[in-house]
Design a protein around this ligand. Structure first.
Ligand SMILES: [Zn+2]
Ligand SMILES: [Zn+2]
Length: 135
């Protein structure tokens, strides 16, 4: 599936080909801290088919909960996370941050990983009172 997206400030724009069947919610602690929220929502980039159309990504190297080296790419101006990859393992999961994809409403997570470190409330979101806009 061909998609395109951008960061919050618009300095970064990209196109990519993703596998919508490999759309994952990640509850690892790195995703919680790096996203500043409860979990990561990522989709696999097919055959490393990611093209930067605008701007330059900043890269932060970290160790994943799995112990593997991960390169986290983001916009240096607004901080939006764009993707994460393990460069020396070409077949490893190349995670494009689904929230930055313009077609994100079509992407439904198919799997959840690292559930052992999930926030205790996260599997119960539907039970929390909600409003259409800010309350
Ligand atoms: Zn930006
Ligand atoms: Zn994660």
């Amino acid at each position: 599936m061909k998609v395109d997206g951008s960061c919050l400030c618009g300095a970064i724009a990209y196109e990519a080909v993703i596998d919508p069947d490999r759309c994952v919610i990640c509850h690892c602690t790195n995703c919680q801290i790096n996203s500043g929220t409860g979990f990561g929502w990522v989709v696999h980039v097919q055959d490393r088919n990611f093209t930067l159309k605008k701007g330059a990504l900043k890269v932060y190297e970290t160790k994943a909960d799995s112990g593997r080296r991960r390169l986290l790419s983001f916009c240096g101006d607004c901080g939006t996370r764009i993707h994460a990859q393990t460069p020396e393992e070409p077949d490893s999961f190349f995670g494009l941050r689904a929230g930055t994809i313009r077609q994100r409403a079509q992407l439904r997570p198919r799997q959840q990983v690292w559930c052992g470190s999930a926030m205790p409330w996260v599997f119960d979101l539907g039970a929390i009172p909600g409003s259409e806009r800010q309350s």
